[in-house]
Write a protein that binds this ligand. Structure first.
Ligand SMILES: [Cu+2]
Length: 308
């Protein structure tokens, strides 16, 4: 359940005003048309009007129903434009955050290289999100800020806003993107600027993660393969190295060891030896995407203490 929060960004007022005007006009016509319809059903019932009458047209009516709707759509356009225009005008000096969407998670990267799974923001500071997708079309949606923008592979989209209230808000994917689309959520934390600065500074670029893990994460492998032993769309990476695997190869069931050779093959030809309990043809070949050298880093990482 998402509580209905009031809009807490500089863009919220324009969006909410447009929505309310649209809603009010729709409600007016819903009620108006329903009443007239019910009245006509009563008034022109066959019992009271056994003989249909002829009508010859009515110029006054014609003019009214051309002019009125035109005025209404122009009003809608005006408020839509007034609400939309500021969304495209990014103020100078806005903090830039890179957003990486992939099946099925979000990564946020800040100017100093710090990365996070949730979005951290400073209150009253403009932020511009530069958004890319590693696979299919996603859509970054933060209802409380009244912002939503598609994240399209092969291009960088952006949105910007100024969060105006400290708090914790929902971040969602609003474009159906596959099996675990509904898991593609995160939080947006709006903090006081000083608090945000100390959060941002709490990061040691020297303290790098294992290269294999970085490759695995950058290729979005973790969308399907967990790091903690839980079963997702694919099997987990935890404890994988040298484990026995019950697989089907050419229709025959065999048991193999997840050694270097098997791991390399599974990345390049994932459907050749299919592990029991997992569907075929879900994973594509990474031959053209992950180099032999990168595979060696991944295997090295799978051998490491944290993954055994
Ligand atoms: Cu998505």
């Amino acid at each position: 359940m998402y509580p209905i929060t009031p809009g807490v960004s500089n863009l919220a007022e324009g969006v909410d005003k447009t929505f309310m005007i649209l809603f009010a006009i729709s409600l007016f016509f819903l009620i108006g048309i329903t009443i007239v319809m019910l009245w006509f059903v009563y008034k022109y019932h066959k019992k009271r009007h056994p003989v249909p009458s002829k009508s010859k047209g009515n110029n006054t009516l014609e003019v009214i129903w051309i002019v009125f709707p035109t005025i209404i759509v122009l009003i809608l356009f005006y408020y839509g434009w007034i609400g939309f225009k500021p969304m495209r005008d990014v103020p100078e000096g806005a903090r830039e955050v890179k957003v990486i969407g992939y099946m099925w998670d979000w990564d946020f990267e800040y100017e100093n290289g710090k990365r996070s799974k949730d979005l951290y923001l400073a209150k009253d500071e403009p932020v511009k999100l530069n958004m890319v997708s590693l696979d299919v079309i996603h859509s970054l949606y933060i209802p409380a800020f009244r912002v939503k923008e598609d994240v399209v592979p092969g291009q960088t989209n952006f949105m910007w806003f100024i969060p105006s209230q400290v708090g914790q808000y929902e971040v969602l994917c609003a474009e159906y993107c596959g099996l675990r689309h509904s898991f593609m959520d995160a939080k947006a934390y709006v903090m006081e600027p000083e608090e945000f600065q100390s959060w941002l500074a709490d990061f040691d670029p020297e303290e790098t993660e294992h290269k294999g893990l970085i490759i695995v994460r950058n290729n979005a492998c973790t969308g399907c393969h967990s790091l903690d032993g839980s079963k997702l769309v694919g099997s987990t990476f935890k404890g994988l190295y040298n484990a026995d695997r019950n697989v089907t190869e050419d229709g025959k069931q065999i048991t193999v060891k997840a050694d270097d050779e098997y791991l390399l093959e599974s990345i390049y030809e994932p459907n050749r030896k299919l592990v029991e309990g997992y569907p075929a043809n879900v994973m594509q070949s990474y031959r053209k995407i992950i180099t032999d050298e990168d595979v060696m880093h991944i295997i090295d990482w799978l051998k490491s203490e944290e993954m055994r």
